[in-house]
Design a protein around this ligand. Structure first.
Ligand code: ZN
Length: 410
């Protein structure tokens, strides 16, 4: 599954119609969740939620206006949250199990194979349900003519700080032959460096967020100055200037996240192109981010984005990607295997047992590669037996951006 994204152009009235469709989709998603909560203990399944959509459509005229398959999509979103929760309980995941939450700020609505039609040139899309979104121009460099309409499984409209976008999920498994390089690599994800490999190459951390912090804070302050708590109390809307400042602030954030994404993609691409096997740590990023001393740096590094790209591009170009358990990769000596305790601030690995001296992250990268090679011998490509994370992203179950949108440069 590949996702192509276009910016859409329409009239103000059409954007309001998209907002309305998004709101309705959120309403159905929440109502389905409520339905599940009220029927817990019964053997309620995803089909019951789908059927519940029809009940909602009969009861609420605005729900009836949304295409029936788009309604089902909304129910599926609710179900995927429920399924994830059940799954976490079954697997006995430590800590919170992620009990499904009601959504308040949905930013997208998803159509499946009906309710929309592409123009003959495929540079415009018309939505035909009673939300009356109408015809939107598609702005972008991708060419949808290349695919059979039947291959387009989902169309999703997304609202962002700088406008509205349409994403097309196209059902193809893109594979490109690559000449084997004979190289293998182990990489350590770091904070001081973005990545360090077992051969001693390091890629500096770009720290997009930290670098933009001054600008972001200024925009945030401007936004706060225009906020009027009295209006909030009186339940009146905030001023136009407040909303303008809010959008300016959100756009700055959007810019940082796009910079990070492009960067991760570029680094992942070059790693995959120059190696036949890539080993990296199977980090629990969410757990690490909870450490508030490191949170900002870790979120800024974009490890999970990087990993998704690595796995996706690895699949595409036929390089093996292996996630290895992260325990003690930085502590153990990569030369003799003895454990050499060191704190986070110790940057160099000096082994008292065999005298091996190496940069801390490079030592870790060597350990990761050794583990990776050991794992691959008997388990194959995806060492953990789970779906690679890019495939999970591709089913469009999340609410924000998907990671595997390709840009024309790749
Ligand atoms: Zn040693």
């Amino acid at each position: 599954m590949i996702i192509y994204e276009f910016k859409v152009k329409g009239k103000d009235r059409q954007y309001r119609a998209i907002d309305d469709a998004i709101r309705t989709s959120q309403f159905i998603q929440n109502k389905c969740l409520r339905f599940w909560m009220d029927n817990k203990g019964t053997s309620l399944n995803r089909y019951d939620l789908n059927k519940h959509c029809a009940v909602l459509a009969a009861e609420f005229p605005f729900a009836d206006e949304l295409n029936s398959m788009a309604r089902q999509s909304a129910a599926e979103r609710a179900w995927s949250a429920i399924a994830r929760f059940y799954d976490n309980c079954k697997k006995k995941v430590k800590g919170k199990k992620g009990f499904p939450q009601f959504k308040r700020h949905c930013r997208s609505v998803e159509y499946k194979t009906s309710g929309w039609k592409l123009s003959t040139t495929r540079k415009a899309i018309t939505f035909s349900d009673k939300k009356e979104i109408g015809t939107l121009k598609l702005k972008g460099t991708y060419d949808l003519n290349y695919y059979d309409i039947k291959q387009i499984k989902r169309v999703r409209l997304v609202r962002r700080a700088d406008g509205y976008y349409a994403q097309f999920a196209v059902d193809i498994d893109l594979k490109v032959e690559k000449v084997p390089t004979g190289q293998v690599v182990g990489i350590d994800l770091g904070l001081k460096y973005f990545i360090a490999d077992d051969k001693g190459n390091v890629e500096q951390s770009p720290q997009f967020y930290r670098k933009s912090l001054k600008q972001l804070n200024r925009a945030n302050r401007k936004k706060s100055k225009k906020y009027d708590p009295k209006k909030k109390k009186a339940q009146q809307p905030q001023s136009t200037n407040y909303h303008k400042a809010k959008i300016r602030y959100a756009r700055k954030h959007l810019r940082v996240s796009r910079q990070r994404k492009e960067y991760c993609k570029r680094v992942a691409y070059s790693v995959i192109q120059s190696n036949d096997l890539v080993a990296y740590e199977d980090l629990n990023v969410k757990g690490l981010v909870r450490n508030r001393h490191l949170a900002k740096s870790i979120s800024d590094a974009g490890w999970s984005t990087f990993r998704s790209w690595l796995e996706y591009l690895g699949h595409k170009y036929g390089s093996v990607t292996v996630a290895v358990p992260p325990h003690n990769t930085s502590q153990n000596c990569s030369n003799c295997g003895q454990k050499v305790k060191k704190s986070l601030s110790t940057r160099t690995h000096v082994c008292p047992h065999c005298g091996f001296v190496e940069d801390r992250d490079v030592n870790a990268a060597i350990n990761i590669l050794t583990r990776g090679l050991r794992t691959v011998g008997h388990t194959g490509t995806y060492a953990w037996g789970d779906l690679p994370s890019w495939a999970i992203g591709a089913n469009l179950s999340s609410n924000g951006e998907s990671t595997n949108q390709e840009s024309p440069s790749l």
